[in-house]
Design a protein around this ligand. Structure first.
Ligand code: IPE
Ligand code: MG
Length: 222
């Protein structure tokens, strides 16, 4: 969800104003994905690198997370299952509790599976997986290195049990992955769009999905 800051700057507003509208866009697009039958959606809300931003901006983002999390139970009728991916231990205790509550309340929902990436980094995720795997080797749960394969390793990622990523949409005119789901997106299709996240619409998503439908996916075959 990129481009909030530039959206605000273009209007002479503080960056936090862009994040505020961006959060609204996030809710609109999530609802739409659920409506059109998308099974999994992951949004990159805060990266492991975003802590480096000015305190004022980080604080504004934390306030927005709190607001969203406190509101989340109001969306129960939407049937969206929420999961947070990333290292949540870095957040304030009240935010961690709200995240847990939100996951628990929506655990049995059968609509869209929404991953919200918070304090998430793809490299971090792989290291976290390797450490957990190490523990399972040390405890004897994994006995032989022949047991370690792609399927097993995937099960140690935050997205354990979820399918690989099909489509990555990067808005805001940047042509980078920025440490996003680097394992899961090995065969993903990329759609880069020249639209700032607060301006992102259902129509823009349709456009990306149309583009995706035209791609010829061969997964290394012919
Ligand atoms: C939102 O956009 C991404 C978040 C970390 C919430 P940015 O804040 O990266 O906006 P730009 O790239 O400065 O325009
Ligand atoms: Mg950015």
């Amino acid at each position: 969800m990129d481009g909030n800051g530039r959206w605000a700057k273009l209007r002479g507003l503080p960056r936090s104003a862009g994040h505020k509208i961006g959060a609204k866009t996030f809710q609109k697009i999530t609802r739409y994905c659920n409506q059109v039958g998308i099974k999994y959606l992951t949004v990159y809300a805060f990266s492991t690198e975003n802590w480096a931003r000015p305190k004022e901006e980080v604080d504004a983002l934390m306030s927005l997370f709190r607001e969203y999390l406190k509101d989340a139970h109001n969306f129960a009728d939407e049937n969206v299952k929420v999961q947070f991916i990333g290292d949540r231990s870095a957040f304030d205790d009240d935010i961690i509790s709200l995240m847990e509550e939100c996951e628990k309340e929506s655990a049995d929902f059968t609509g869209l599976h929404l991953n919200i990436a918070l304090n998430y980094g793809g490299r971090d995720e792989i290291i976290h997986a390797a450490k957990t795997l190490y523990d399972d080797i040390a405890s004897g749960k994994i006995k032989d290195k022949s047991e370690i394969n792609k399927k097993l390793f995937s099960s140690y990622l935050y997205t354990s049990g979820q399918p690989d990523v099909d489509l990555i949409i990067r808005p805001s005119g940047e042509y980078r992955l920025s440490n996003f789901m680097i394992w899961q997106s090995a065969y993903a299709e990329y759609v880069f769009m020249d639209i700032l996240w607060p301006d992102f619409t259902e129509k823009a998503l349709d456009k990306a999905l149309d583009e995706f439908a035209k791609r010829n996916r061969r997964f290394g075959g012919v």
